[in-house]
Design a protein around this ligand. Structure first.
Ligand SMILES: [Zn+2]
Length: 482
């Protein structure tokens, strides 16, 4: 079918889309504190004629934009949170924070939320013009970085009505990704001891810092006896103070446990919990455990991914000026280490992939679509899109918004967040998502097949929210996710 109407709708929004993503870039806010960013997007949705519901799932900065009625119900996922400590001036080629220590959009979520919104708006216009049945729901998902906002939203059932969900992520390649991701749990262990003069009466003290150290040693020994794909990370978030002459009465350590399947994370979590209790016993301290957040592994959907891949090829790619290529080349000059996303993706696909990467790599901008390499293995990271993917068929693309090789979560990524390359990639992503949604609207049998694939992959299982009931989103360390 002809996608030109969708493309012109989004091209017609270009100035507003850039203004919205720039506005979100200008007020970088970390997990669950994105009040101003959420409001930019809520107002944009209202301008586009969506009915907006704020504060969904009991989270102040989570929201929905809804339009239409009847089936199918298509969801677009948007993110808008920033990362701590990554403040950077726009369009710069050396590390120059706008405000030292302040957050910055180091994962491109200022573009992510807006690109998905462009798709929702275009599909709404298409349904209205053609008098078709269908509901478009835009999901404003906060706290992706270190917060797993979507997992809290999924626990509350906000995605249950969806027939499918589509999303994208800003990146340095145009690609439909169908790899899985790692499930994770994040838990805070707090130890309460007894302070004492460390020289005069250490026998009266009970050291909470000792407890954290013993817990970490216990986990160190555990690592040999867990599946090799699992990862256990930690950060000591409170050592009990700066005084070695005091027995530290309080300490805390934040753990992040990852594995390919949620059940595997659960098992390791229980073993880490035993070690934590053991450390309290050994030191005569009291342990308090706080479950912070969790996310599920991503269930890939090859059918939806193929439809996204078709649209990546059907929708015209952005064209770049010589100035834009020179800008990207200048950004590349600033890389301390180059992250070769293209080669990493290609290697997973074997010899064919490597040949493709060798032929196409080395450009300042990856101005092409990467072949759809389906890989069943989990990528070495986590995303809360995983929780949505258990509830309904879900798929995503990456679209080029930055110079090739830009490292994730870097100042260079922040610096490019308002560039014309970023804006062009956002339009392209919106068009690809909208084109795919319209294809699905015209082919309900594809949606049914995607649902069957999800059922097959779950193999009789169903979504069990990994976050226990009663756990509320908390702000601990927004940079702890990846
Ligand atoms: Zn991200």
């Amino acid at each position: 079918m002809d996608k030109s109407a969708l493309c012109s709708h989004i091209d017609g929004m270009a100035q507003r889309l850039a203004a919205w993503s720039d506005a979100v870039w200008d007020c970088p806010e970390t997990a669950f504190q994105e009040r101003r960013s959420a409001e930019v997007l809520c107002r944009a949705l209202e301008e586009e004629g969506f009915a907006v519901e704020r504060g969904v799932a009991g989270i102040e900065t989570a929201f929905l934009g809804r339009w239409g009625e009847g089936k199918p119900v298509i969801g677009f996922l948007g993110e808008f949170d920033a990362l701590s400590g990554l403040s950077q001036q726009p369009d710069t080629f050396a590390k120059t924070p706008l405000c030292e220590g302040a957050p910055g959009h180091g994962c491109g979520h200022n573009l992510l939320g807006v690109g998905s919104l462009a798709a929702a708006s275009a599909v709404k216009a298409y349904l209205a013009e053609n008098h078709l049945s269908g509901t478009v729901v835009y999901y404003g998902c906060p706290g992706e970085e270190g917060g797993s906002g979507k997992a809290f939203m999924a626990r509350d059932g906000v995605f249950d009505e969806l027939d499918c969900a589509l999303t994208w992520h800003p990146g340095d390649t145009n690609a439909a990704n169908s790899a899985s991701s790692l499930a994770n749990y994040q838990i805070c262990y707090r130890y309460y001891g007894v302070s004492a003069h460390a020289a005069a009466c250490p026998h009266l003290g009970r050291s909470a810092l000792d407890a954290v150290e013993l817990m970490n040693i216990g986990v160190q020994f555990l690592r040999e006896h867990i599946i090799p794909e699992a990862r256990i990370h930690y950060a000591i978030t409170n050592t009990g103070g700066y005084s070695p002459n005091v027995v530290q009465p309080y300490s805390e350590v934040l753990y992040l446990i990852r594995a390919p399947k949620t059940g595997q994370v659960q098992e390791i979590y229980e073993r880490v919990g035993d070690i934590a209790k053991g450390a309290a016993l050994m030191t005569g301290t009291r342990l308090e455990t706080q479950f912070i957040k969790a996310c599920s592994n991503l269930v890939p959907n090859t059918l939806l991914t193929e439809k996204l891949d078709d649209n990546l090829r059907e929708i015209p790619l952005p064209s770049y000026t010589e100035e834009e290529r020179a800008y990207a080349a200048a950004v590349q000059q600033s890389f301390e280490s180059k992250s070769d996303t293209l080669m990493a993706m290609a290697q997973a696909a074997g010899a064919k992939g490597i040949a493709f990467a060798k032929e196409h790599g080395g450009r300042p901008i990856n101005d092409f679509v990467v072949p759809n390499f389906h890989v069943e293995a989990a990528m070495p990271g986590s995303t809360d899109v995983g929780d949505v993917s258990w509830v309904c068929p879900t798929a995503q693309i990456s679209a080029v918004t930055m110079a090739a090789g830009t490292p994730g979560h870097s100042w260079q990524l922040v610096a490019q967040g308002k560039s014309s390359i970023a804006h062009k990639g956002t339009l392209y992503a919106g068009k690809v998502l909208a084109g795919t949604a319209v294809d699905l609207i015209h082919h309900p049998e594809w949606i049914e097949a995607a649902k069957e694939e999800l059922c097959d992959r779950l193999d009789g299982g169903h979504y069990i929210p990994p976050i226990p009931a009663g756990v509320k989103p908390s702000v601990i360390d927004p940079s702890a996710k990846r």
